[in-house]
Structures are given as C-alpha cells and as structure tokens.
Design a protein around this ligand. Sequence first.
Ligand SMILES: Cc1cc2nc3c(=O)[nH]c(=O)nc-3n(C[C@H](O)[C@H](O)[C@H](O)COP(=O)(O)OP(=O)(O)OC[C@H]3O[C@@H](n4cnc5c(N)ncnc54)[C@H](O)[C@@H]3O)c2cc1C
Length: 416
Amino acid sequence: MTVTRSDAIEQLMALARDSEQRAFASHALEFLTANTELRGPQQSVWGIGDERLTLFHETSDEEERAEAAAALGWQKRRWEAGFGWISGPVEHGGRGLSSEFDRLYRQIESAFEIPDMSPLRIGIGTVGPVVTAVGTPEQISKYVVPIYRGESVACQLFSEPAAGSDLAGVRTRAVRDGDDWRLNGQKVWTSNAQFADIGLALVRTDPDAPKHRGITMFLVPMTAPGIDVRPLRQITGGASFTEVFLDDVVVSDRLRVGEVGGGWRVTTQALAGERKAVGDRTHEITDRAIAMLAELATRSGRFDDPQVRQDFARIYSRLRIARFQQHRIQQIPDDRLSGAERAIDKLLVSTNLRLLGELAAEILGPRFVVNTGEWGTFNWNKWLMGALGYRIAGGTEEILKTMLAERVLMLPKEPK
Ligand SMILES: Cc1cc2nc3c(=O)[nH]c(=O)nc-3n(C[C@H](O)[C@H](O)[C@H](O)COP(=O)(O)OP(=O)(O)OC[C@H]3O[C@@H](n4cnc5c(N)ncnc54)[C@H](O)[C@@H]3O)c2cc1C
C-alpha cells in the first residue's frame, strides 16, 4: 500500500496529544512543508551509489565545513520560524514550552529532508542546555543564544590523554590572573573543534583539593590566541576528531560556568545530555543496515546456513527491542529521566552496531577483509571498526555497566 502525502501529514498530526500540541504540530508542518520535502521511502537500489557503511564522517575538511554551514543554515530557519529553541527560556528568545514539544517537533521533522545536523549536536544537545541551567544571563545571551540562532558551533573539551572515563582526573590547569584565568594543557578526541566557535572546557583550578572538588568549567572562545587544533586520523580514514592544545590561553572569569571547584556537577549534567544524544541518531542507520544484510545474505545464498539465520533473527529482535526502549524513554519527561534509561539505550545501540558488523563478517567470510570491488561487501569492515568508537563515545560500555550494576541493580560496589 502506498502512503500518500496527505496520509503522511495526517500520521504526523496524530502524534499531537491535545489541542495545544495540535496547534503546535500544525504550525510545524506549515513551516516544514513550505521549506523542505517529505522524505521518500529509504529504499536504495542494490549496487548503485554510496553504500553508506561508515559510522563516522569520512569527509574532507572542506566537506565537513560545508556540512557545518548547511546545518547552521537550517538551524537559522528553525529559529526564524520559532522552532530553534522550543524549550528555551522566553527571556532569551526561546518558546518556553516543555520538552514534550521539543520531542514532538523532532519526531515531525524526522519525516522531512533536512541537512545532517550532527555538527550542531554538541552545542544543541550538551553545551546549550548545561550553560542555560548553570551559567550567567550574560553567558546565555552571548554564547548560548547564538548556538540556537544557527550562528555558532560548540565543542566539548573534556577528555585528555590521561583522563577519559575518569574525567575528574583532568590535568589541564587554569591559574587565576586578576580578572582572568590562564589555561595550559591538552584535550583529546574533541569532535568538531576544527570549526567550533566556542568550547566548554573542564580544567583543574586547585591541584591540592580532592580531585572531584578541584575542577572548574569554562567557556573558551576557540579563536583565542594559544589554541591549536590538530586533526586526529581514525582507523577508517577520516578525521572527525581533534587534539586541542592550550598554551597560555587567557579566559575571563566571566566565562567561568558555575562555581570555582564546582566543575564536577556541571560535567555530570553535560554527560547526561551526551548519552541521550548517542542513542537518538542511530535507529535509522541500523534499520537500513539490517535491510542491506538481509539482501546480502539472500544474494550470497547464506540464509541456507542455520547459524546465519539464527544470528540474523537475534539481531533483528535486538533492534526492535532497542527501538521500543527508545519509544519508552521518549514518553518520560526529561526531568524524570534518570541516568539509567540513557545508559541502557546507549548500551543497546552500541552493542547492536557491533553485532551488525559481526553478522556482516559472518555472511561475507573472506570478502569482509579482501576488497573484491563488489558493492556492499568490503566496506562493512569500516562499519565494524566504526562501531568500536560507539562503544567508547558517551561513556564506555564497561563504565555504564558498572553504573547500572551499582546504582540500579544495587550490586556490591566494585573494589576501588
Ligand atoms: C566517537 C567519539 C567522540 C568523542 N567526542 C568527544 C568530544 O567531543 N569531547 C571530549 O571531551 N571527548 C570526546 N570523546 C572521548 C570519550 O569521551 C572518551 O574516549 C571516553 O570517555 C573514554 O575515555 P578514554 O578514551 O580515555 O579511555 P579510558 O578511560 O582510558 O578507558 C580505557 C578502557 O578502560 C576501561 N575502564 C576505565 N576505567 C574503568 C573502570 N573503573 N572500570 C572498568 N573499566 C574501566 C574503559 O571502559 C575502556 O575500555 C569521544 C570519543 C569517541 C569515541
């Protein structure tokens, strides 16, 4: 049965639960239909075009900048139409609506063709919400509002060579100098730093205090003298991440986010947002991947193998479960979400990405590691290598499992 345009619009309108949401959804649909197209069915023709099996960007610097510009352009249009900062405070230009409206808009917008918004993910999903919650009115109007207006890209300067899972171990130092602070040190794995305007940096302000109490958060303009951003090339070929060196970077005390020594609380809030974002984006990618693997197994005659059939069914079921879990999370208001739901979502998604890659290897055999030039085969190894990154991003699997074991299942704490 073909779904007509008016059926699709009707289905999107049905997502609204009451008259206020219906008015909002109708306004959103008016904006979207006037500015972009409904997405067609995600069917790709076997053997034609890019297989799109990379999980991280494999684009050149120029292409990445163009993607960032397109994302900023779309965010600007959202802002002008009143959908740029739906749950943001009215005094700063937001709509002041609950996060349910945010979610409703995202659900409706996902049915339309829009640019890849991942260059803005950290700004909109992490930096914006945290600075709005903890920062000063000046920080919000000067640094957060531009993110939602589509004028600024933000990055997250947390991880360091010796501080990743144990973020409270950061060593980048900030030393008070009158009304300013001088920052020295190195950050690593920073996504988007190559084109970011502002970074949210966790640094050590008191080396003598207990480690969780001696750290502080700052907003750092990425054009400040002393900042050096160097690309990091990943195993799959692209360079989505960077190292950021800070050499005597001067930052005003007005850019301190929260109390001196209060950086840990700000970090915890930021990480909750990051974990949520990881699960949000991937279901569409996994739906496409499982459909490709079904086609690949059929074409290769591998569905005759009972082990392949068994593994395929297992992964298919896991993908459905991950989707249901996400629907469940979407029904919970943001302020009632605990870290547990987000951790489970992230664990389901990252494990599924890895299992899809392993199933591809099982179906392909030697074609997984030897490039025969055949479409939809060899590039699966890029998928599997990229899946390893998802195990780490947004909190490693081991750390999240320990968190669930100790705080949700109330198992004895691991020995320190
Ligand atoms: C795709 C991607 C994007 C990223 N983007 C950013 C970014 O924009 N900004 C940023 O600041 N960082 C970013 N990161 C970095 C990321 O947050 C860290 O890689 C992550 O926190 C893990 O830290 P680490 O790499 O230092 O590993 P480590 O913390 O050194 O861990 C190494 C291994 O030891 C395990 N381990 C460590 N401690 C324990 C423990 N107590 N119990 C059990 N196992 C343990 C870990 O699970 C892991 O398997 C990104 C990473 C990835 C992969």
